[in-house]
Design a protein around this ligand. Structure first.
Ligand code: CA
Length: 237
């Protein structure tokens, strides 16, 4: 899945690109309308994320030009202009969805997923060991046992499972799950991880949520090295 982010504010563009790449999408960024239109001319994107306030061409003009093309991908408008008029105008001009800044990454991710899912009814399901997470129905289970999670707990677990085997820092987790300007509150991640552990891992022989010293947290079901010692050894003859 190839996504074009049209956004002139580098910090926001990076935030979106990093997050979506972490979710497995290929992301390209265009810093203005002219560059964006050139790319759209050459490449068939699966989704366009469009900021309305661009330095050269108005975002709505970019939208009109996209809609005039034969192959026209879904467009998600991203804007600080959140009045009803702006939304209506954007949707009337053919945008598929509208998200007002500032936003939490999970909200963007949910909309991106919904727009990309149109026309392809595949349910998204993540699995690590016997832990399964259904992104559509928002259900979590270990084996047959369903586990109830609060929304933020669910979002953190989904993010960790999507990056199975890869440690994620507290800052990454905060940026992903809370609003992007949520600074200096990385300790809250520890609190949520504690809740998740008590629900997901407590009382179970296989722990799936791991602390990675100096980095953050990781979900993984890799075999413990100790398991190797149960294999018959050729040296003790
Ligand atoms: Ca802008």
């Amino acid at each position: 899945m190839r996504i074009l982010v049209i956004e002139d504010e580098k910090r926001i563009a990076d935030f979106i690109a990093r997050g979506l790449e972490g979710s497995g999408y290929t992301v390209e960024v265009a810093e203005n309308g002219t560059a964006a239109l050139a790319r759209i001319h050459d490449i068939d994107y699966d989704l366009i994320i469009l900021d309305l306030m661009l330095p050269d061409i108005d975002g709505l003009t970019v939208l009109q030009k996209v809609r005039n093309r034969k192959v026209s991908p879904p467009v998600l408008i991203l804007s600080a202009r959140g009045t009803l008029d702006d939304r209506v105008q954007g949707l009337e001009l053919g945008a598929d969805d509208y998200l007002v800044k500032p936003f939490a990454f999970v909200e963007l991710q949910a909309r991106v997923r919904a727009l990309l899912r149109r026309g392809q009814p595949l349910a998204e399901r993540l699995q690590v060991g016997d832990l399964s997470l259904d992104c559509i129905r928002r259900k979590v289970a270990r084996g047959d046992e369903v586990i109830d999670l609060a929304p933020k707990e669910f979002s953190i677990l989904e993010y960790l499972m999507r990056n199975k085997g890869r440690p994620l820092s507290r800052t990454m987790i905060v940026e992903h799950v809370w609003e992007m300007d949520y600074d200096g509150l990385t300790n809250i991640v520890d609190v949520y991880i504690r809740h998740l552990r008590s629900k997901i891992d407590e009382g179970r022989p296989q722990k799936l949520i791991h602390t990675v010293r100096g980095v953050g947290y990781m979900v993984d079901a890799a075999e413990k090295p100790a398991a190797a010692s149960t294999e018959p050894s050729r040296t003790d003859v």
